[in-house]
Design a protein around this ligand. Structure first.
Ligand code: FEO
Ligand code: CA
Ligand code: CA
Ligand code: CA
Length: 595
């Protein structure tokens, strides 16, 4: 097997058992390890931050100084003088929960069916979205926040951001508030992420469609970018109903307003947003050259010649896997040129053939059928409706592509295909070699190797690494199912390789529902990429998904996120409001995590 020509990582811990039951309210790690709640919703970030109030009485003005909710993708950026002791932790805050308000969100329904929200609640929700940057330091063996810190920062749904690349300034990016199409407020639904070799963070905009509504169904039908991505058509947005108090989220065409009001505002979300965590004054930039998706993440691989690729999943049933190859190469001696690398390049979508070969097909206006007759007049049209472009060129519909991880030595890519209960139900989503199970509740991990192990290659070889579920298995060469050893799990979501090539897998399934009851609480697993043996490293509290994997360069500290716990974690006292939380893990003997 071509994927086995890499060192087997040392994986030595004793797995923890599955945590079964609706009252599990703790994090469990193997013997010899310590896990500690480190950074929770409401913790202080900026100067003047008031204490988190357990009754959720903190205001919107408080919330913007504090940690947001729903910690998701995350990365540790070390300071060069003490890389294993001091750094910046950057954490996505994907969305807001009912717990944000003292007794849940207030929603009323008007006579026309529209939903109404109090402005103060919406303002607090917008402040609980975005990203945290926090300075952290290890002293006397314990990681702590540095407060105050000149690096600390909160991005929210209202932070001013620039738009760059081929779609910047396009008519479809213009609104009544921004006639230039180059300046936008905020980032939404920041799920997974990426990191560049030049030290910037890439926060990715996932389910932004939930925030917008086009109230004119006939107009909606004429807008491929509203239709193909599922912007709501009708009385109100899918969730949140911010449009009742914030006109930006009402994407109904308004003939009396410049650029139709905010009909194009949804086009300004779904991008990769780049910023330098070490420069708190830097304006984040939405890089349109990478295209617009329900974008899960953006994982970088670097070739030996400085060429780069960035891999992304589009996390919806039957959507595709993509890569972006910049025109330029990474040059460590030319930092200012690196800052422009994400503004020009080629986006590709993945096609998985049944014989284990694969190809990357370019999404370029004028190529592969992306013609003006099909609505693609410019490259901006392609990038804004990247899904529609990938439909035309024949990408393979996948079982909800979540995170991509790249092996640190082989540069093989691994993508989590979390589940897809629509698989097999339509011709478009017929069972195929890459998505081999109908009504797929458990998900699989697929891996590939670029031809010549070159990031810019147009072809690759792929195989299924494992099929998750009540039994763990891998299809062999004849696509027969072969059992794998190890601990069971479902719905792989977060994927991350540590420096030694251990594959860490965070899960996201409904642990109290069939068919997941046997798997216990959501969990963090550690897999050997050569033997495919999987060991359960951690189990979480009920209600939570496990995500946001990162560590120190020396491998002795691991952080993960417990997202949306259901009972009272991290207080775990049976009464305190639950809080999404970053957890820090160390080995009691100071060793490398996973050994
Ligand atoms: Fe926010 Fe696809 O997970
Ligand atoms: Ca995810
Ligand atoms: Ca998920
Ligand atoms: Ca989530």
């Amino acid at each position: 097997n071509i994927f086995n020509d890499t060192l087997r990582p040392d994986i030595g811990f004793t797995p923890v058992p599955a945590a079964i039951g609706a009252s599990v309210d703790t994090v469990t790690v193997p013997q010899g390890y310590t896990a500690r709640a480190f950074y929770s919703w409401g913790d202080a970030v900026l100067e003047g931050s008031p204490a988190w109030q357990q009754d959720a009485s903190n205001s919107a003005a408080d919330q913007i100084l504090q940690a947001g909710q729903n910690h998701d993708g995350m990365h540790f950026f070390p300071f060069s003088d003490a890389p294993n002791e001091h750094g910046l932790l950057v954490i996505n805050h994907e969305y807001s929960n009912d717990t944000l308000h003292p007794s849940g969100p207030t929603v009323t329904t008007a006579a026309d069916g529209s939903k109404q929200r109090p402005a103060q609640e919406v303002a607090k929700e917008q402040a609980a979205h975005g990203v945290s940057v926090i300075e952290i330091k290890r002293s006397d063996g314990q990681w702590q926040q540095v407060l105050p810190s000149r690096y600390n920062r909160r991005l929210s749904a209202n932070t001013p951001m620039d738009i760059s690349g081929p779609a910047a300034g396009a008519d479809a990016m213009k609104t009544a508030q921004d006639p230039t199409g180059t300046r936008v407020l905020g980032t939404l639904n920041n799920c997974s992420m990426g990191v560049t070799p030049w030290g910037t963070y890439l926060t990715c905009e996932e389910n932004w469609k939930n925030y917008f509504v086009n109230g004119d169904q006939e107009d909606w039908k004429k807008r491929p970018s509203h239709q193909r991505y599922g912007v709501a058509a009708g009385a109100h947005s899918h969730k949140y109903y911010w449009e009742s108090v914030d006109e930006r989220f009402d994407a109904t065409f308004k003939p009396g307003l410049p650029y139709g009001g905010f009909v194009n505002e949804p086009n300004r979300f779904g991008w990769v947003v780049e910023f330098d965590p070490f420069d708190p004054s830097a304006t984040p930039v939405k890089r349109t050259a990478l295209g617009r998706l329900v974008r899960e993440g953006c994982t970088c691989v670097q070739g030996t010649d400085g060429s780069l690729a960035f891999y992304s999943g589009d996390d919806t049933r039957g959507e595709y896997v993509y890569k972006f190859v910049p025109d330029g190469k990474y040059d460590p001696s030319n930092p200012s040129a690196n800052r422009r690398l994400l503004d020009s390049g080629t986006v590709y979508c993945a096609v998985y053939h049944a014989d284990g070969s694969g190809e990357w097909r370019a999404l370029v206006q004028g190529q592969n059928g992306l013609t003006a007759q099909r609505g693609f007049h410019t490259q901006a049209d392609v990038l804004i409706n990247l899904r529609g472009a990938a439909d035309v060129v024949g990408a393979t519909p996948m079982d909800r592509p979540e995170w991509v991880a790249v092996h640190p030595q082989s540069t093989d890519g691994y993508v989590a295909l979390t589940n897809n209960d629509e698989r097999g139900s339509t011709e478009r989503q017929a069972v195929d070699a890459a998505n081999p199970r109908a009504d797929n509740h458990h998900g699989q991990i697929l891996r590939w190797r670029e031809h010549g192990q070159h990031p810019a290659s147009l072809t690759f070889e792929w195989e299924l690494f494992l099929l998750a579920g009540p039994t763990l298995s891998a299809p062999d060469a004849k696509n027969q199912i072969a059992p794998l050893e190890g601990d069971r799990f479902s719905c792989p979501d977060g994927l991350w390789f540590d420096r030694d090539g251990r594959l860490w897998i965070g899960t996201d399934y409904d642990e109290l529902e069939e068919p997941y009851l046997g798997q216990g609480m959501n969990q963090l697993l550690c897999a050997d990429p050569v033997t495919r043996r999987v060991r359960r490293f951690m189990t979480g509290p009920v209600g939570s998904e496990i995500t946001g994997l990162t560590g120190t360069p020396d491998g002795t500290t691991l952080w993960f996120n417990v997202q949306h716990p259901g009972l009272s974690y991290p207080a775990s006292d049976g009464k305190t409001r639950p809080r999404s939380t970053t957890v820090v893990v160390t080995k009691n003997d100071g060793g490398v995590i996973g050994t």
